[in-house]
Design a protein around this ligand. Structure first.
Ligand code: ADP
Length: 263
């Protein structure tokens, strides 16, 4: 086949032989491999809560049949597992929608300032429960061409992450920066920055953070109700808006996500 690229590896094996392997690296082979990984990940993520549900059903039918206290406890956990599956399916649907729309640039005018205020208000029960203070630094108005629902989802995902991973008592600052006009030249686009004072992460993870299902601490993410898709959805929405995303963090110094949207 023309235009096929192979990765060739040569390895010495036992018995003095040499093993030569060819790995197909054409874009088609790569996208097939990515699709297989994705399907494997989704199946695993769905199978975990489903296995838990099946085993709780067995326990309810058997050992816990005449134990109302145990039944109540198991039903509570079953509800949480069903909720986890629900969240995963919603995130998968969001991801496939934004991927499908990625080539079409949104045209409506969206003011980010009231949008940020409304998202912060909408999540105030969560921030209050976690005793997290949210500060907004914004001008009067900051208009971009965009899709209001998707930009809302970006903000919700970033703020939910800051709440989930920062821990009680942390601070979150959301800054909106409008372009400056200097010497008649306009700098960048509208900047949307979400910064938290949480534990942050090791910078080695930063390049992979927006990959689907990539988690720094899988146990922590699952415990917090994470699906591992939040930042992948954010990245696709930003791409669709022809924007750029930069994530910075140092352990102990919190995490900052900066999004630049053309205006
Ligand atoms: P999840 O559903 O697991 O939160 P995301 O795609 O939103 O998935 O985030 C990927 C991973 O990035 C998370 O599992 C977490 O390890 C890390 N992460 C995201 N936001 C933060 C943050 N504000 N502070 C520390 N770690 C974070």
């Amino acid at each position: 086949q023309q235009d096929t690229t192979f990765k060739v590896a040569v390895r010495a094996v036992a018995g003095g032989s040499v093993l030569v392997s060819f790995e197909d690296e054409t874009p088609l082979a790569q996208s097939n491999a990515m699709r297989r990984d994705f399907v494997a990940n989704v199946s695993h993520e769905l199978k975990t809560p489903l296995t838990a549900l099946t085993s709780f059903i067995e326990t309810l039918k058997g050992p816990a049949r005449s134990d109302p206290a145990a039944q109540a406890r198991f039903l509570q956990v079953m509800g949480e597992e069903a909720e986890r599956m629900n969240r995963l399916i919603s995130d998968l649907l969001s991801l496939s929608r934004v991927e499908a729309e990625e080539r079409v640039r949104p045209t409506a005018i969206v003011d980010l300032v009231p949008l940020v205020r409304s998202v912060v208000l909408g999540l105030s029960r969560l921030t209050e429960a976690a005793e997290i203070g949210v500060r907004i630094e914004a001008p009067q108005t900051a208009e971009v061409r965009g899709d209001a629902d998707q930009l809302r989802q970006v903000l919700v995902n970033l703020l939910e992450n800051a709440i989930k991973y920062s821990g009680a008592g942390a601070d979150v600052t959301i800054t909106i920066g409008v372009p400056r006009y200097e010497a008649g030249l306009r700098s960048d686009g509208v900047a949307l920055i979400v910064r938290d004072s949480g534990p942050g992460i090791d910078p080695q993870h930063l390049p992979r953070l927006t990959e689907r299902f990539y988690r720094v601490d899988a146990h922590r993410s699952r415990e917090q109700g994470g699906t591992g898709l939040g930042l992948a959805i954010v990245k696709h929405i930003v791409n669709r808006h022809r924007g750029r995303i930069r994530i910075a963090s140092e352990p102990g110094e919190g995490l900052e996500v900066k999004i630049l949207l053309p205006c």
